[in-house]
Design a protein around this ligand. Structure first.
Ligand code: SF4
Length: 386
């Protein structure tokens, strides 16, 4: 006999499990959210209202609203109105909130007013990952990506997303509407080092982050950065020798040019706050390959007083040519996943601080999902409760 799978009669009396606990199995991710939030010291993290007020209407404990938001960002339900609806009809949320159904205004106000604390929750999860031994490799990739803002006028970007290179976790992140990466390297790398609680860190970034001052700041902070130099020099585009074609000889303090001539040091001056040393030779006038080098009287090479730091960066890159491919593979995974989860409209809220809160929730949801996939629900629960 040919037939379809049949549903039940809607008028039939049904015996649902009497206990909400029976609706949520042992491997349900909501159990991880519940255990993680319960483990947090919410007042230390910075949430208001952890202790009930002596007078007035009872309010919702911040743990309830935080659990609701983490659930929402894990399941692509980011709007406060949709979260309110889910709280009234979704058994997982009912379990998570003990059947509390806050109204959408309460839910929205919580996200609006708890930005710094929510960012700290994100930090706390990375700390937990560190304690669980997921961030043992002192190696991170730094990258940035543009994310669409609600208002096109005030474009938002997230910058300096740092991910560990082993498990593709986001160690730290920063939201900015500055379109350039240049001034971000040291601050984001130092944040990563602090979060990981280590003395020395290896960081790989793309050429957009290349800035002498930032690389020097990283060097002084014990962070070994590897990144390529931007190929922006007009002189190379015109087919002439670039600075990399001149070899510096430390012992003699000279540059050796492609014709084998030694460019000696002549004087030092300061430009835009940088102390620069100038080198040249008088042999240029009679040089057979001068047309490939300079149109001037002689070719001059400039050396920053901390140029050796940049040379070490280049040496590291030459030694590990795979570093950039590794960085791309490491950083692209979180960006692609985050954008897919965010949907067509990346952020719901306007203004940088609120967008930063949303980003923190997205990053937390991303990291939670990664760790659940890496470890499995039960071992993660056990580690949280340990
Ligand atoms: S032009 Fe001067 S610096 Fe350039 S290759 Fe010739 S000698 Fe060397």
């Amino acid at each position: 006999m040919r037939r379809f799978v049949e549903g039940i009669d809607r008028g039939q009396a049904t015996l649902f499990p009497e206990c909400l606990e029976d609706w949520v199995d042992e491997d349900n991710p909501v159990r991880v959210i519940d255990a993680f939030v319960d483990r947090l010291d919410l007042s230390r993290v910075g949430f208001d209202g952890v202790a009930p007020e002596a007078t007035g209407r009872p309010s919702y404990h911040p743990a309830v609203l935080l659990k609701l938001y983490i659930y929402g960002y894990l399941n692509r339900v980011q709007s406060s109105r949709r979260l309110e609806r889910e709280a009234g009809r979704n058994v997982e949320v009912m379990w998570l909130t003990s059947r509390l159904v806050p109204d959408h205004k309460t839910i929205a106000d919580f996200r609006k007013d708890s930005g710094p604390a929510i960012k700290q929750v994100c930090v706390q999860f990375v700390e937990l990952c560190r304690l669980m031994g997921l961030l043992t490799k002192a190696s991170v990739a730094i990258d940035g990506s543009k994310f669409k803002a609600v208002n096109t006028r005030d474009k938002n970007f997230t910058r300096g997303k740092v991910v560990d290179t082993k498990h593709h976790l986001i160690v730290t992140h920063e939201v900015t509407n500055d379109g350039s990466d240049r001034a971000q390297l040291a601050s984001i790398a130092c944040q990563a080092k602090q979060v990981l609680g280590i003395d020395e860190l290896e960081a790989v970034a793309d050429r957009g982050y290349y800035s002498g001052a930032e690389i020097l700041a990283c060097h002084e902070a014990g962070i070994e950065v590897t990144l390529p130099k931007p190929m922006a020099s007009g002189i190379e585009a015109r087919g002439r020798f670039g600075k990399q074609d001149f070899r510096y000889v430390t012992e003699e303090d000279v540059y050796v040019c492609p014709a084998g001539e030694k460019l000696a040091y002549h004087y030092t001056n300061e430009e835009n706050g940088l102390v620069l040393r100038r080198y040249w030779t008088n042999a240029c006038q009679s040089c057979a390959i001068k047309q490939r080098c300079t149109t001037g009287k002689e070719r001059r090479i400039t050396r920053w007083e901390h140029e050796h730091v940049l040379e070490e960066v280049q040496k590291r890159l030459d030694k590990n040519p795979q570093a950039m491919r590794q960085r791309r593979e490491t950083a692209e995974h979180p960006f692609a996943t985050l954008k897919m989860r965010m949907g067509a409209t990346h952020f719901l809220m306007k203004r940088l601080p609120k967008v930063a809160t949303e980003m923190a929730l997205h990053v937390l949801a991303y990291n939670l999902t990664r760790v659940m996939n890496i470890m499995g629900i039960q071992p993660l629960m056990a580690a949280i409760q340990a």
